[in-house]
Design a protein around this ligand. Structure first.
Ligand code: FES
Length: 66
């Protein structure tokens, strides 16, 4: 049996980074903080649930050029 290990990271328009295909997100000490096949990572800096997006980018009017 083969396991799909491909990971794609897509910046959403004026929003978070969508990460597909990951198995886990860890903190800087290596502790697992999320295990999922999909995650949304904050890139606006306003989330109260970093590193994950909590929708705050809409409240702060985050815009990105890419
Ligand atoms: S990108 Fe959504 S809260 Fe930062």
């Amino acid at each position: 049996m083969s396991e799909n290990t491909e990971v794609t990271i897509t910046p959403l328009v004026d929003g978070p980074l969508e990460v597909k295909g990951l198995s886990r997100v860890t903190d800087c000490s290596g502790n697992i903080i999320e295990e999922s096949q999909r995650a949304y990572l904050c890139r606006c800096g306003a989330s109260n649930k970093k590193p994950f997006c909590d929708g705050s980018h809409k409240r702060v009017g985050f815009t990105a050029s890419d």
